[in-house]
Design a protein around this ligand. Structure first.
Ligand SMILES: Nc1nc2c(ncn2[C@@H]2O[C@H](COP(=O)(O)OP(=O)(O)OP(=O)(O)O)[C@@H](O)[C@H]2O)c(=O)[nH]1
Length: 848
């Protein structure tokens, strides 16, 4: 029994007869029943405050005030029992009975048998004093209670701090045996950092009986630590001042608290909008919203709480999304949906809503955790990417990808409803010139202006696309069209109308090719290819035209493909050769030089005219290798003639635009001269007028470098391009060459004659010699000589000759100069060999 804590009973007033009198703070019923009872009677409310007490209670324990905490009436050891056992049992079952120790304010102890009844939200407590046997029994019960208490309890000596008694729970939780405990002081279960606090706490130990509590860190025998909620109360044990301690291990609770705090922090810090809603019959009421949720809609925390989620998201009722949200909220499973809620400023957002139901005990949905991820930026970026993938960046028109898609749809539709479908392929004419002359930026502006106009020509359901470069396509389902002719006219006018960009007014025409579904093709690829072929035909036919696809166009395409594939082998198979056409001084009649012209003799195709293959060579880039061969062959031939004793003459070689822009041109010309041993002054390079007018500064640099080599230069086809006088005077060239189209018409067209005269005069003013090509009659020769043209070239004098024929031709004695107007021809010997005259092709420049 010694080891039992000994409540400091003061039995003196125990059997004192209670005085009669009415209780304070009691209702009439309480007074009536207990007012004069000789036992302790008092009532406690749910908050643990005294609401009524009878006279006996006041006389023995008092003086008491209303609302005194009920805990003041009890000894410390009783309180946990009351808290954990007595009151909950009374509340649940309506009644509890047990022995407790009441404490008077003078410190006197009053063990009683107490009953507690739960009535009308009040604990009604009645206490009957114990006799000695009762006290003994009570001690036994206390011992039992102490020992069997699930939480650690001990009593320590206030002076020595030694443990005087410990219960089984303390032994179990701290790991020390009971014997070990009794050798230890309470300092031994404190970690070093809490010793000072313990000292302070002991110094401030309250007066006898008063309770102390706090959260402490205790150490177990193995050194591990635990958080304990300690409450202690002064007691007297075996006559010595001691403290009864309850230590409630709250490590887990603290860890839980910490985990909760962490989770709460995670919620607060999450960049995803999270809301917890209460599931009610009136909708999902927002019970919690994290800062990201509030930010997402730009609300204030207060304005969000208690609102219906459906209202806050501002989804249109009866809308699909609204229905989907409702369904998700009724589901017992997690659901994810894409919603378009509205921001407070009215903007529509893209959000992904993940809803997780929280089930209550009865398996009914109690709450929802709603996580909203703002997808607006991602979706907008995706839309932007999709737009970029399907639209042309410059004009914003659908691009080839989207056009193909639309064509596929249109073909399917037209097939089903037996409609036709027009594909109008538009390519601007000579757009390269605009880029080259005025710059890419202006070219871009022109493309945009034309794109807008084409857009304006289209009806709903039509597609206007840009394929790239200066190529546009109109896809016209016939069902929604006006007469086709009027549309085509509209398109041509739209393109050709002047466009003002940066204080310049530009005009451009276009070539149009058309294919029609189903006549010209049944799939998008075929229709597009056929419209392209028709457009190409329109270009060939002189541009600014409309061409419908025709079956025979295929033949032209096939021929082009054949020429291309055969041309690739022509050099290696030695099928190319040069012929030479003499140039004659119009005054002396002397041969001044010759133009090297290319010929292709194919074993299957026969003689292929330059008109058939030079364009292909230019487009495929084969012209570079062919041009190099022409240059080297002409130089070598000229040198061979000179070595054979023929009078030295200048051989003229045509340079294509592609060759001219080739960075290796200079070194190739130098190599051709060095390898052949030809003196540079016996080589002349012919450049086209249009080639020279692009990137003039670069052209001047190249021409100057060529001049430094010592070669002569001439501007070919003069009058057919767009010469600028300002530029012309910068070019250090030797000849202007009047195009044969002018020579041919100068005697019949007074305007052409005027041009010819002007070119001659202009050339002379600028210090150039002027040579006319394509001279076929004596009248032409006479006219040219009359107007001081310097040289001529043409059938009248000689057709192009093979190398051998040319050598023979030139070896003959020199003719006398043609003397008079109308002279039949210069007195030159007739060529020994005159090859068949070539067809007169539309001139394409290259080494022809
Ligand atoms: N300004 C600009 N030019 C472009 C763009 N894309 C391509 N081009 C140019 O457009 C020109 C298209 O030339 P082509 O159609 O081959 O030739 P063209 O000069 O129009 O001659 P034809 O079509 O034969 O009448 C080339 O010079 C390209 O460099 C662009 O986005 N902006």
């Amino acid at each position: 029994m010694d080891t039992l804590p000994q409540p400091a009973y003061s039995r003196a007033p125990a059997r004192r007869r209670p005085q009669r009198g009415s209780s304070r703070q009691s209702g009439p019923a309480f007074d009536q029943l207990f007012g004069s009872s000789p036992y302790f009677a008092f009532a406690i409310d749910e908050a643990g405050k005294l609401t009524a007490f009878n006279q006996h209670t006041a006389a023995v324990l008092g003086p008491l005030a209303p609302h005194t905490p009920a805990s003041k009436l009890y000894a410390a050891w009783v309180l946990p029992m009351l808290q954990n056992e007595a009151l909950p049992a009374a509340r649940m079952r309506g009644y509890w009975r047990g022995e407790v120790e009441l404490v008077a304010q003078d410190g006197g102890s009053h063990p009683v048998t107490q009953t507690i009844e739960w009535r009308d939200h009040t604990f009604l407590c009645l206490g009957y004093p114990l006799d000695d046997y009762d006290v003994y029994e009570s001690r036994l019960r206390f011992k039992y209670l102490f020992e069997a208490h699930p939480h650690p309890m001990w009593v320590y000596d206030l002076e020595t701090l030694r443990f005087l008694v410990v219960n089984a729970a303390a032994v179990a939780q701290y790991g020390h045996t009971e014997a070990e405990f009794l050798q230890m002081t309470i300092r031994d279960i404190r970690p070093p950092e809490q010793q000072e606090r313990l000292t302070r706490n002991l110094a401030a130990a309250p007066a006898k009986g008063a309770e102390q509590s706090g959260i402490w860190t205790h150490m177990r025998r193995d050194g591990s630590r635990m958080q304990v909620d300690v409450s202690s109360h002064s007691v007297t044990l075996s006559g010595r001042p001691a403290r009864l301690v309850f230590a409630h291990d709250i490590t887990e609770r603290e860890q839980l608290k910490l985990a909760l705090q962490l989770r709460s922090r995670a919620l607060e810090a999450s960049i995803n909008a999270i809301a917890i809603t209460t599931h009610t019959s009136e909708g999902e009421l927002i019970e919690y919203a994290n800062p990201a949720f509030v930010r997402l809609f730009d609300h204030t925390p207060k304005s969000v709480l208690g609102r219906r989620l459906e209202t806050l998201l501002d989804l249109p009722p009866h809308d699909e999304q609204y229905q989907a949200l409702q369904a998700a909220m009724q589901s017992h499973h997690e659901e994810t949906l894409m919603l378009r809620p509205r921001h407070r400023d009215g903007a529509l957002l893209w959000t992904q809503l993940h809803v997780a139901p929280v089930l209550a005990g009865d398996n009914a949905i109690g709450h929802h955790v709603c996580v909203l991820t703002d997808m607006t930026a991602i979706m907008e970026y995706q839309e932007q990417l999709e737009h970029q993938a399907n639209h042309d960046a410059l004009t914003g028109l659908p691009n080839r990808v989207l056009l193909k898609d639309r064509m596929a749809q249109a073909v399917t539709f037209s097939q089903r409803f037996k409609h036709s479908l027009w594909l109008v392929y538009i390519d601007l004419d000579n757009f390269k010139l605009i880029n080259d002359h005025l710059g890419h930026q202006l070219g871009d502006q022109l493309l945009c202006a034309i794109a807008n106009r084409l857009r304006a020509c289209a009806n709903d359901g039509d597609t206007v696309a840009r394929l790239g470069g200066d190529e546009f396509v109109l896809l016209l389902p016939i069902a929604n069209q006006r007469p086709m002719a009027s549309i085509l006219q509209l398109v041509q006018e739209a393109v050709a109308a002047p466009v003002a960009v940066e204080q310049q007014v530009l005009t451009v025409t276009c070539s149009i090719g058309i294919s029609v579904f189903p006549a010209d093709g049944v799939d998008p690829e075929q229709l597009l290819r056929h419209a392209d072929i028709a457009m190409y035909r329109a270009k060939e036919a002189g541009r600014n035209q409309v061409q419908f696809f025709e079956e025979n166009m295929h033949a032209r395409v096939a021929e082009r493909a054949l020429i291309e594939s055969e041309l690739r082998h022509a050099l290696a198979r030695d099928q190319l050769s040069l012929v030479y056409q003499p140039k004659v001084d119009l005054h002396s009649g002397a041969v001044t030089g010759m133009e090297a012209l290319i010929r292709w003799q194919h074993p299957g195709l026969g003689a292929v005219s330059p008109a058939r293959f030079i364009g292909v060579a230019e487009e495929t880039g084969l012209i570079v290798a062919i041009g190099r061969w022409v240059l080297r062959t002409a130089c070598a031939q000229n040198k061979a003639w000179q070595q054979a004793g023929l009078p030295p003459l200048r051989v003229a070689v045509n340079l294509s635009a592609r060759q001219f822009r080739d960075r290796v041109l200079l070194s190739e010309v130098r190599a051709a001269l060095e390898d052949s041993g030809l003196d540079a002054r016996y080589l002349e390079l012919e450049l086209t007028e249009s080639l020279m007018m692009h990137n003039v500064e670069e052209v001047v640099t190249v021409i100057e470098s060529l001049k430094q080599l010592g070669v002569a230069l001439s501007i070919d086809d003069f009058g057919t391009g767009y010469s600028s006088l300002a530029y012309l005077k910068q070019f250090p060239v030797d000849y202007l060459k009047i195009d044969q189209s002018f020579t041919r018409e100068m005697l019949t067209e007074p305007k052409v004659a005027a041009i010819v005269r002007s070119v001659i005069a202009l050339g002379h003013i600028l210090g150039f010699k002027v040579i006319a090509e394509g001279v076929e009659t004596g009248e032409e020769l006479h006219y040219l000589r009359l107007h001081q043209c310097d040289e001529m070239q043409g059938y009248y004098y000689s057709r192009p000759l093979t190398a051998e024929a040319f050598a023979a031709f030139i070896s003959r004695p020199a003719p006398a100069a043609p003397a008079s107007a109308g002279a039949a021809r210069p007195a030159a010997p007739a060529p020994a060999h005159t090859p068949a005259p070539p067809p007169r092709p539309a001139r394409r420049h290259g080494p022809t």
